[in-house]
Design a binder for this molecule. Structure first.
Ligand SMILES: *[C@@H]1O[C@H](CO)[C@@H](O)[C@H](O)[C@H]1NC(C)=O
Length: 163
């Protein structure tokens, strides 16, 4: 009986690891600093490069007064200029705005207030496919998913035959 309990506990542990791996994460952009005129030019790029973003995750922009952000192209990101309308913001009060990352690939965000973008209120991210651990989305074989499920069903069969 004790042996069976151990096996069940072990399979529960594996399952909980899997759920943890697929859980969507909400990222507060800029951490506790929020979305504000940064202390230096690399503040937001440093923040973004310290994380790995997956499809299903979301970015939460905590806008302080008179701040905004725009979801732009790479060219606009590089030049800090855009014709894209900014999202909510520029107002007298604080606003929390959530961007859901629904597709894999690069995303670019800038502030369009004054020269904030040039001062570093900008960042880019690459949204990875779920279970993609490779450096680039195209380099990641879809077989990781099937290899994983084959592995899991092998484990499941093993546990069920033992119990
Ligand atoms: C930018 O500012 C942040 C927060 O004050 C600090 O942790 C970081 O080291 C600074 N980076 C540079 C390059 O000065």
């Amino acid at each position: 009986m004790a042996k069976h309990t151990g096996l069940i506990g072990c399979s529960m542990f594996i399952l909980s690891l899997l759920f943890a791996a697929t859980e969507a994460t909400e990222y507060n952009v800029g951490g506790s600093f929020g979305w504000n005129t940064p202390p230096n030019q690399t503040f937001y790029s440093d923040w973004a490069s310290s994380k790995t973003f997956f499809v299903g995750d979301s970015l939460v922009f905590n806008l302080t007064e008179n701040q905004n952000f725009a979801d732009v192209t790479m060219a606009d990101y590089n030049s800090c200029s855009t014709n894209t309308d900014p999202f909510a913001g520029n107002g007298p009060s604080r606003i929390v705005f959530t961007v859901d990352l629904l597709h894999p690939g690069p995303r670019y965000f800038i502030s369009t207030v004054d020269n904030h973008c040039a001062r570093g209120q900008k960042f880019s991210i690459n949204v990875e496919k779920p279970f993609s651990f490779g450096p680039s989305p195209s380099a990641t074989p879809p077989s990781i998913n099937s290899a994983l499920s084959a592995f899991l069903s092998t484990i499941a069969v093993y546990f069920f035959t033992r119990i």
